[in-house]
Design a protein. Structure first.
Lengths: 460, 437
């Protein structure tokens, strides 16, 4: 409960219409897209200006109130689930694109701008913003930065981190920190933007982002390789990378996913196939022609039963439609969808895919696997029903087994979904005791009262 | 009934449907209301979480949930775009019924739904009285659009509301039952309240077009409202009365198709009658299923069943630029979007130009417009801007409620853009003729 005098301070700062305290409103800010228990905040507030945003951070710190920033609440690891009794700060009114600079190829945005809208505005200026997380139709750029979001194009174009040139953010006392520049090179001061990207709202509150833009590719070619053996498909992925070809996207679908997609969209997919690879190369037309031919050759050498190269935009769309509907199709199988994103070095993709098959058998679970095979970031998706307590225990055990296997193969806990509330206890397993301690000391120094999105990443 | 446990139990029946929502939040990208307000309780994910919270007794304030649940256009954009296939529209209608039963219905709603809409004869009488009085209460705002605004303060606020027709369709065409030409189907016309009382000219166009094509045409007398307003208010009792009344007058054995010119009536009969008919007896439910299968939108009937409009007129560069607005209940509920466009393209003298976001809701949402006019009008302005940007001279659609909303927005903005039902455009192109016109 927020005392009336303090509530009035929130209302004076942000406007009474922008402050929510009714339990029915607070309940709608108690969850995100992670399969975790919700937590009720005591207050939610929707600042209309970045100055209000800074004032709110200071106000929360002055009163020791936990503060969780929320964009569109699409987080998959609980990063936007607030502390019980804390404050949720909504950024969706801070949604202005401040500048798209075509001459210098950068843009400045407020944190609440929707990723897909931004990408479209950039494309209208004949430029390209590549990061394309699965939730891009609703996700915010502020959230993308805070989570270091990835997407299908990570393999060739990198992830959000690779496009952040500069940031402004409020420290816990409401001071405005500026880091980075609009220039390609900048070594002024610590690389604070590097620290903030992926910090999940635990170190500061982002108020403005400067993003790098690139020229769009002139040509692209998509193809679908059909395999009757999962090992051959995963060997092909490793072989393409080992040949030092970097497709824009290189996606994998296993048989369970293929059948789910086909049941759902009747796209004419080969339901007998053990696995599909969906590959797109892009760039200069001459380079595209050459790389497409080499990828085709490798796919065949690695035993592709069939290869379909899209001849026009409609065929290209059909290839990608299968991938776009993968998560939907799996989500329709069972009430609960646990989407994991443990990631391994690309050479270990065959081993990881084999391990996922054996984990599904060991724990008697349905796991559909698809994802960004080209960057080692698979999405094993467990189709289950969280109301079935016995099954849910097996799900939790299987998730832990997936993490362990990924680490054993030299990989990481999370490629792009974040640590949030879901995975802090595994952090030390991947890093070291000293890494966790150092991170906690950093947090303690920058946020002495521990109000900034407590519990995320480093637990505690 | 005032026991929260009992409420939780009733909502618990929805649990199997509620659990399907994985909280991905993608509905935020398509919800017309959320785009205006940015409030999570306005979007499907938030509403589903609230119902879940009430069912699990995490929340006790049923009134607060009801208020947020009812603030919804029922446009179905969320359901049509949900990756997990959550039937949000079905859930919302059922939950509205549960909550209205629990909280009770306001006396005004009771009077309108149970006293008026269930009694077509009385409703017709009152509407005709109101039609004569409207010149006293309002003054014309746009002759082209047929809108008025209030002379003095009125319960309709700042709306440029569509004037009631001088004569409703049931007065213009009291009875009709013509035999089909050889090889043609028998059709019954479900008129619907708005076509009857606001846009009888749309009904006349339906009659003209169907007569032109030689189908046997009957307008079953004493039709009642399709029940959507009652469903929207959660008044199951009034809905069942309207449904029972309609069942008594619509005999599926007498016709091959039940044609409507109202997107909302079409989707109500096809989708919602079967969904909400649990309280009826087995015979009535079977009749509802048969009616559901036979019900069809007028454009879909002409294009898919009579194979009209499959020859596109040579592009008429001189023709009137006309754009098309997709009613949510036609495109998102029933997947009908190509047929109205084919009909427009097949009408000489027209040049179809697409507007941006043609399937973005116009903001009407039936009683949403009455209860949340400010938001409804704001959503309407987005539609207005897209219509203006298309450079059209006329906008066509397939639902009289959308027509009224779009007319309001255009009239407020002083636009000289005509609003037409697709079937009006088509029927007009057929030339004079058509005895029933």
């Amino acid at each position: 409960m927020i005392p009336p005098a303090l509530l009035k301070q929130f209302e004076d700062l942000a406007g009474a219409d922008n402050v929510f305290t009714a339990p029915a409103d607070l309940l709608t800010y108690s969850y995100d897209a992670a399969v975790l228990e919700p937590a009720l905040p005591a207050l939610a507030v929707r600042p209309a200006t970045v100055e209000h945003l800074g004032g709110l951070v200071r106000l929360c710190n002055d009163h020791g109130l936990p503060l969780t920033v929320r964009g569109s609440g699409t987080n998959l690891s609980g990063g936007t689930i607030p502390a019980a009794g804390g404050v949720v700060v909504l950024t969706n009114a801070l949604n202005r694109i401040l500048e798209i600079n075509s001459a210098d190829m950068y843009a400045r945005v407020q944190p609440g701008v929707i990723t897909a809208k931004f990408a479209a505005a950039v494309a209208a200026q004949k430029l390209f913003y590549p990061p394309d997380p699965g939730s891009q139709a609703v996700s915010t750029l502020g959230g993308n930065v805070a989570e270091n979001a990835g997407g299908l194009r990570g393999l060739k174009y990198g992830v959000t981190r690779d496009y952040v040139m500069g940031l402004s953010y409020y420290d816990v006392e409401g001071g405005l920190v500026k880091t980075g520049a609009k220039t390609v090179k900048c070594v002024t001061g610590y690389n604070l933007a590097g620290l903030m990207v992926g910090s999940e709202g635990t170190l500061g509150v982002i108020s403005e982002i400067t993003l790098k833009l690139v020229p769009p590719p002139l040509a692209a070619r998509a193809m679908m390789a059909v395999y009757d053996d999962v090992d051959k498909a995963s060997q092909a992925v490793a072989a393409i990378i080992a040949a030092h070809i970097v497709p824009a996207t290189l996606e994998f679908l296993d048989n369970f996913t293929i059948r789910a997609v086909e049941d759902y969209s009747h796209a004419g997919l080969p339901t007998q196939a053990a696995a599909l690879l969906l590959i797109e190369v892009d760039g200069h037309p001459a380079q595209v022609a050459e790389e497409a031919a080499r990828v085709e050759e490798i796919c065949r050498l690695e035993g592709a039963a069939r290869l379909e190269v899209a001849q026009d935009a409609a065929q290209r769309d059909r290839v990608w439609e299968a991938r776009r509907t993968a998560l939907s199709a799996l989500a329709k199988q069972k009430p609960t969808t646990v989407l994991e994103d443990a990631t391994v070095p690309r050479s270990q993709i065959p081993a990881m895919i084999a391990a996922l098959g054996s984990i599904a058998r060991t724990y008697d679970l349905t796991i559909g696997t698809f994802g960004h095979a080209g960057d080692g970031n698979l999405h094993p998706t467990i189709c289950c029903d969280k109301r079935d307590h016995q099954e849910w225990q097996r799900v939790e055990a299987a998730v832990e087994a997936i993490f362990k296997k990924a680490l054993e193969l030299g990989g990481t806990l999370s490629g792009e979904h974040g640590i949030g509330l879901a995975k802090p206890r595994f952090l030390e397993m991947e890093t070291s005791r000293a890494s966790v301690d150092w991170s906690r000391r950093l947090k303690k120094a920058l946020d002495p009262k521990g109000i900034l999105n407590p519990g995320k990443i480093i637990g505690g | 009934m005032a026991d929260p446990r009992e409420l939780a139990r009733l909502l618990g029946d929805l649990e199997d449907q509620l659990v399907v929502c994985m909280r991905c939040g993608l509905c935020q990208s398509v919800c017309p209301l959320y785009a205006q307000t940015g409030r999570e309780s306005d979007v499907a994910r938030g509403k589903l979480a609230l119902l879940d919270g009430l069912a699990k007794e995490m929340l006790r304030d049923a009134g607060a949930v009801q208020e947020r649940l009812n603030k919804c256009l029922l446009c179905g954009s969320c359901a049509a775009n949900c990756p997990s296939g959550v039937k949000s529209l079905d859930i919302f209608l059922k939950a509205r019924a549960v909550l209205a039963g629990y909280q009770g219905l306001s006396p005004a709603k009771k009077l309108i739904f149970r006293g008026l809409l269930t009694r077509p004869a009385l409703f017709n009488l009152l509407a005709s009285l109101a039609g004569r009085l409207q010149g006293v209460m309002g003054r014309p705002a746009s002759e082209l659009l047929g809108t008025s605004c209030a002379r003095l303060t009125s319960p309709l606020g700042d709306r440029h509301f569509r004037r009631l027709a001088a004569k409703p369709l049931h007065a213009l065409i009291p009875q009709m039952d013509t035999p089909p030409a050889p090889g043609k189907p028998r059709v019954a016309f479900f008129v619907g309240c708005l076509v009857d009382k606001l846009y009888p000219r749309v009904g006349q166009a339906v009659v003209k077009a169907l007569t032109h094509h030689g189908v046997g045409l009957a307008i079953p007398p004493a039709q009642a409202c399709c029940g959507m307003p009652a469903l929207s208010a959660g008044d199951s009792q009034a809905f069942e009365q309207m449904l029972t009344h309609n069942l008594a007058h619509l005999r599926p054995g007498n016709f091959d198709y039940l044609v409507t010119a109202c997107a909302t009536c079409t989707s109500a009969i096809k989708k919602l009658w079967p969904l909400m008919a649990q309280g009826l007896n087995a015979g009535q439910r079977a009749q509802v299923e048969r009616l559901s299968r036979k019900t069809i939108d007028i454009s879909q009937f002409l294009v898919d069943k009579l194979l009209v409009g499959n020859t596109i007129c040579p592009e008429d560069h001189e023709g009137r630029a006309i754009t098309y607005h997709d009613p949510c209940h036609l495109k998102k509920s029933l997947g009908v979007a190509a047929q109205p466009r084919k009909l427009l393209a097949a009408s000489p003298g027209q040049r179809l130009v697409e507007m941006a976001e043609a399937d973005w809701c116009c903001g009407m949402g039936g009683s949403f417009n009455l209860l949340h006019y400010e938001q409804s009008a704001a959503i309407g302005r987005r539609k207005l801007e897209n219509i203006k940007a298309s450079g059209c001279q006329a906008v066509a659609t397939s639902c009289p409620a959308c027509m009224a909303q779009i007319s309001d927005a255009l009239s407020q903005d002083g636009q000289a853009i005509a609003v037409r039902h697709v079937i009006e455009v088509y029927a007009q192109a057929l030339g004079p003729g058509g005895k029933a016109g």
